[in-house]
Design a protein around this ligand. Structure first.
Ligand code: UD1
Ligand code: F6R
Length: 365
């Protein structure tokens, strides 16, 4: 039921303070993380040589958003695989690997085929899924149900943020035997506790995003530049825009800008630059300078209070978002982009919940 909302996508975007709460419910205990589904396997995971994240679409992007924090907390190298590409290449998967499969539905054919492949190769297979009783949940050795509640809109929104939080909790659980990172773990756990209220705060940008959408309604394309923790935000924001608003959009690694994409910059093409505070902030500031010096049409996402720092003479549009711990910032930063994609779709007159040519769960190869 949509209740007071016009569309499921809109309802699911606005539901995120609640869905994130249910993802964390009963799992943050006595200053630590308890994931019942991983408890018995943590020792094996800690001993593995590599973690391989495997998924498609939005689920892949969620894993990418969590990757850095998993590496930081565990010291284990994490590699990324798009499920279909792993299969196309028959890429190496070893017994010493922990393969983590991320899927909202738990029924995506490419992901399930990659799971069969990893099982055959003897890896420990872990599932991160929203669907209890799904094929993924049943066939993996262990895993975490993200408990975001049923997602109906074809465009994944609340599952994305819950997947990131579930993987952040997984990183905390794997790393919980390390004394040197205890203070950092405590800070992130307290960040998780206050995350739902920060999400409520960023949802107040709804009207502002609708207004921004109306200024982009006739654009042919939209670029999104991110880096570090928020490279995934750029990919996911662009995926939302293309799949529901049917507008060409690309998420780009800002560090690659000079190596090609800069040629596209002119006064017409809208470019979103994600420049919230983290270790990459000064690099993003110089990206903004370079884009402005080429008269780029910029929309900058920055931390609250940074508008005049990122954009000194008012030469770009600014979206200010609340600041949270760096590894959780992708959960906040995707929300204005979800709202933007939603409003752009409605204003352009397209079907929000059932985009052209797409199905909620892709059960064929
Ligand atoms: C479980 C119960 C939850 C209960 C809680 C109380 C279920 C589904 N969950 O939650 O209702 O409130 O205990 O302590 O009964 N699994 C996989 N692959 C996956 C996902 C999960 O193998 O992709 C396995 C897990 O390893 C675990 C089981 O499914 O054995 C349940 O996982 P999860 O719901 O995440 O566990 P809890 O949070 O402990
Ligand atoms: C995008 C979207 C798709 C899915 C992808 C994987 O909004 O919904 O990109 O994320 O088809 O689906 P799951 O997560 O069910 O495996």
């Amino acid at each position: 039921k949509k209740g007071s909302y016009d569309h499921f996508m809109q309802k699911e975007i606005h539901e995120q303070p609640h869905s994130l709460t249910t993802t964390m419910r009963g799992r943050l205990k006595d200053g630590g993380v308890l994931l019942g589904g991983l408890k018995e396997h943590l020792k094996t995971i800690r001993r593995c040589r590599r973690v391989v994240f495997i998924g498609c679409g939005t689920s892949y992007n969620a894993a990418l958003a969590a990757r850095t924090f998993v590496e930081e907390m565990t010291g284990i190298p994490v590699t990324m695989e798009v499920a279909s590409d792993l299969l196309d290449r028959q890429g190496p998967i070893y017994r010493e690997d922990t393969a983590v499969f991320v899927s909202q539905s738990g029924e995506t054919a490419d992901t399930l085929l990659a799971l069969d492949y990893a099982l055959e190769n003897g890896a420990l297979c872990v599932g991160i899924t929203n669907t209890v009783g799904s094929t993924l949940s049943r066939k993996t050795h262990c895993g975490v149900h993200i408990n975001a509640g049923c997602e109906i809109g074809v465009a994944s929104t609340k599952a994305y943020t819950s997947q990131i939080v579930a993987m952040a909790m997984m990183a905390l659980a794997i790393g919980s035997d390390q004394i040197s990172t205890q203070a950092r773990r405590n800070a992130i756990i307290s960040g998780l506790t206050s995350l739902p209220s920060c999400v409520s705060e960023v949802l107040k940008l709804d009207a502002e995003m609708k207004e921004l959408a109306s200024s982009l309604i006739d654009s042919e394309s939209l670029l999104v530049f991110g880096r570090g923790y928020n490279y995934a935000t750029a990919l996911e924001g662009a995926l939302k825009v293309k799949e529901v608003a049917l507008m060409h959009s690309e998420g780009l690694l800002a560090g690659e800008m000079k190596h090609g994409p800069l040629a596209l910059v002119d006064e017409i093409l809208p470019i979103i630059v994600i420049a919230t505070r983290d270790a990459c902030f000064s690099k993003q500031q110089s990206v903004i300078q370079q884009l402005l010096s080429r008269k780029g049409r910029l929309i900058v996402m920055c931390s609250k209070g940074d508008a005049s720092t990122v954009c000194p003479n008012g030469s770009c549009r600014v979206i200010e978002v609340p600041g949270v711990a760096d590894c959780l910032q992708p959960v906040i930063n995707i929300i204005p982009l979800q709202l933007l994609a939603y409003h752009l779709t409605v204003l352009r007159g397209f079907d929000v919940d059932q985009p052209r040519n797409l199905a909620k769960s892709v059960t064929t190869q």
